[in-house]
Design a protein around this ligand. Structure first.
Ligand SMILES: Cc1cc2nc3c(=O)[nH]c(=O)nc-3n(C[C@H](O)[C@H](O)[C@H](O)COP(=O)(O)OP(=O)(O)OC[C@H]3O[C@@H](n4cnc5c(N)ncnc54)[C@H](O)[C@@H]3O)c2cc1C
Length: 286
């Protein structure tokens, strides 16, 4: 199919893009990598009257260290994140997750701003935003404001942006960890995940003193399991630890069944991935 008719604008600055979007009175859409939006246009599931192309705004593409955080411009391509030495050294869980994002051709075009805004519940970058406790800088007609990832993902394919907002950059706090892991199962490599878990742990003499746990594919949005994180700090690192962690994780989620997998299968899968992830994270200390 072909898209419905729309007006195309390609502004050179962010201010001009916000202006063009605001002028569309809620009927405009931002175009970034186009990997999710163009199929929606072609199937006429999205019918914007104006398409505002961000690709000419060069200062939206960067990866930079800012004190204890790494800031990534919204137009930064998945492939740049995947191959960034800065991301590999400071945000290693994200680095490991990137090779699971779709296929090479899609990673060459897809952007972090597009992935977060599209808010697929089984996409890796939204999950990373939850794991790291990322903040998003957003610009609208009223100026810039900051949104936390935990407030950004509202439902499947739904974020909390106003129609005239543009995501400008995303800041990921660097986690201090002794061990971390990323585990995912998809039906074919590069497909959206059936279930996935990412963890980061800091250990002390008696066990785990701090933990981050995020999951995806098992709810309408990616989830950070703060309750599990707290309980992890109270359980002993002994031979039963992997099973206990797996139980904690699976009892915290209520997946849906769909044509890709049943709810029971997703839960079982997540439990197994949780064990695998914790085994890897604990082994890193040794
Ligand atoms: C076959 C296939 C497999 C895929 N598999 C995976 C996968 O396994 N994991 C995964 O994570 N992703 C996957 N994707 C999605 C891919 O990562 C997309 O690139 C991504 O979801 C959207 O990024 P984009 O830059 O292409 O955004 P676009 O398609 O251009 O835009 C997507 C949406 O975000 C909005 N938007 C874009 N940028 C901004 C911004 N800066 N501010 C506000 N709104 C904005 C657009 O208006 C649109 O609504 C897959 C896609 C395809 C086609």
């Amino acid at each position: 199919m072909k898209p419905a008719r729309f007006e195309y604008v390609a502004p050179a600055t962010l201010d001009a893009a916000v202006e063009a979007l605001a002028a569309a009175n809620g009927e405009g859409k931002v175009l970034a990598g186009g990997q999710s939006l163009l199929p929606l246009l072609n199937f006429r599931m999205a019918r914007p009257t104006v398409l505002v192309d961000l690709n000419g705004i060069k200062d939206l593409s960067f990866i930079e260290l800012r004190g204890d955080s790494v800031a990534i411009g919204a137009l930064t391509r998945h492939r740049e994140i995947e191959h960034s030495p800065l991301i590999a050294s400071r945000l290693p869980v994200m680095s490991a997750a990137m090779r699971h994002v779709a296929h090479l051709a899609i990673r060459n075009r897809g952007t972090i701003g597009g992935s977060l805004s599209h808010a697929d519940p089984a996409a890796e970058l939204p999950m990373m935003a939850m794991l790291y406790g990322a903040s998003l800088t957003v610009q609208g007609p009223g100026g810039r404001r900051t949104l936390m990832a935990k407030d950004f993902f509202v439902d499947a394919l739904t974020n909390c942006l106003e129609p005239e907002d543009i995501v400008v950059e995303i800041e990921f706090p660097i986690l201090q960890h002794d061990g971390w892991a990323f585990e995912e199962v998809a039906r074919r490599f590069g497909d959206f995940a059936l279930a996935s878990i990412a963890i980061s742990i800091r250990r002390d003499k008696s066990g785990i003193e701090d933990a981050r746990v995020a999951v995806m594919g098992v709810a309408d949005t990616p989830l950070r399991l703060e309750n599990v994180e707290k309980q992890l700090c109270e359980i002993e690192v002994d031979s039963r630890m992997l099973d206990r962690f797996s139980e904690l994780v699976t009892s915290s989620v209520t997946p849906n069944s769909d044509l890709h997998a049943s709810a029971e299968y997703r839960k079982h899968l997540l439990g197994e991935l949780a064990k695998r992830a914790m085994r890897t994270a604990l082994a890193a200390k040794g």
